[in-house]
Design a protein around this ligand. Sequence first.
Ligand code: ADP
Ligand code: ADP
Length: 210
Amino acid sequence: MTILEIDNVSYRYKNTRENILEDVNQTFESGQFYAIIGASGAGKSTLLSLLAGLDEPQEGHILFEQEDIKQKGYSYHRRHHISLVFQNYNLIDYLTPLENVRLVDKKASSSILIELGLNPNQIKRNVMKLSGGQQQRVAIARALASKAPVILADEPTGNLDENTADEIITILKKMAKERNKCVIVVTHSKQLAQSADVVLELKDKKLQIV
Ligand code: ADP
Ligand code: ADP
């Protein structure tokens, strides 16, 4: 089922003349794991911001379940449809993993963190005492706790070694396959792109299936 759609989108930053994205079209399905690749500066992060409702295209539409995200409003879209995962995890550093997850779901239990591979001892610690890979697991647990059907991730393995990156990629893929999430990841990593169901390359202002 198509859950998210980019419909003829063109975009340029304010105070700049040239479009960064031009007539971009793409549909995204639930249960699928997408990688968006492309050279540095190609516009990958910009595209992710548009999908997240953090910015607005000058032309075209972003649709969630066939409806322009403008209709219910961008903040509604950000709160209910999507969750974001970042390269630097964006956790609240003076809280524990469970406290971080409870910021999005007050009733969340530690089982969600255990399922993602943290042990009970780690769950009670301050998140800053965890390794990068463990912190990224907490960030993904928080994304899951939000119950959003779409997970948008910007370089989620960018700060991790190859083995840890592999574990995080496996988890993201599992989210798509076992929980029917639509997972869209912007990445430089060939390792990650190889695991994706669909690889999209942003090049010359267009998005193309590789
Ligand atoms: P990528 O994620 O593929 O590296 P970005 O989406 O970050 O690319 O950036 C695409 C282009 O837009 C780059 O040329 C970048 O310098 C430019 N850009 C990004 N953010 C802004 C901004 N706020 N104002 C003006 N130009 C920007
Ligand atoms: P990434 O590593 O994801 O490609 P960048 O390092 O290019 O991101 O950009 C980091 C932040 O700076 C982003 O929020 C982006 O929008 C902003 N940015 C990038 N290029 C420019 C620019 N030329 N002018 C203003 N802001 C920019």
